[in-house]
Design a protein around this ligand. Structure first.
Ligand code: B16
Ligand code: MG
Length: 216
């Protein structure tokens, strides 16, 4: 079976929103009287908002009733949304537009598979929305990666066989989700973190249609 569709994770693949997540979570932790390291922050990539909060509170050695946790998540998201509201097309990561254009002109379907509930706002602000034939985000699927649901839903909306899809992911949980969906996985980042992927590159400038088709 050949390539029919490409499914893109958002944060860490097409844009770097991790830096804004970090700033907003840090602000929240600081307001609660503790801090966490950039290394710990790495563990939050690709993880949902509620799971991120749970981890951060554990790092700070604090715990709150569910109602208070919900309030904290809303507070963090407010700060985060303020930051991403300022994003522009300049923040689209290198190689993204060239690859999306090449896929479009070759009639390869394009889908989003992100855990974020703010994905639409980010795509709109960075001018990426028109490239997508289907959007699957944290509002549509609530099972977190490595569950394959986010990518299987993408294949379903694009009306293609999962085996004909390639996933672009920066998080190891996302690579795992793609493999569980029986899709090809291209890791964006370091081999040591994403070694299970069919191919690992540092960014999308290293990818063109030919490279993707060679995975089949
Ligand atoms: P939100 P992705 C993920 O985006 C981020 O990597 C992760 O850090 C974040 O917690 C998650 O989205 C949820 O984001 O708070 O905006 O709903 O990599 O799946 O595109
Ligand atoms: Mg990501």
């Amino acid at each position: 079976m050949g390539l029919e569709a490409c499914l893109f994770d958002l944060d860490g693949v097409l844009v770097d929103t991790a830096k804004y997540h970090y700033l907003a979570w840090k602000q929240l932790a600081n307001s609660l009287g503790f801090d966490f390291s950039e290394e710990e922050n790495e563990q939050l990539k690709g993880i949902s908002r509620v799971e991120s909060l749970r981890k951060i509170l554990a790092w700070g050695g604090v715990d709150f009733p569910q109602e208070r946790q919900d309030e904290l998540a809303v507070l963090k998201n407010g700060w985060y949304v303020e930051m991403i509201s300022e994003m522009t097309a300049n923040e689209v990561l290198p190689g993204s537009i060239k690859l999306l254009e090449e896929l479009k002109s070759n009639h390869i379907k394009i889908g989003l598979g992100s855990a974020s509930k703010n994905a639409k706002l980010i795509l709109d602000n960075t001018g990426l929305t028109p490239y997508f034939d289907a959007l699957v985000d944290g509002n549509i699927v609530n099972k977190s990666k490595p569950d394959p649901a986010v990518f299987l839903k993408g294949a379903e909306l694009l009306n293609v066989d999962p085996k004909s899809c390639v996933v672009f992911e920066d998080a190891s949980a996302g690579v795992e989700a793609a493999l569980r969906a029986e899709m090809k996985a291209i890791g964006i980042g370091a081999e040591k973190d994403l070694g299970k992927a069919h191919l690992v590159v540092s960014d999308l400038t290293h990818i063109d249609l030919k490279t993707i088709q060679n995975l089949f």
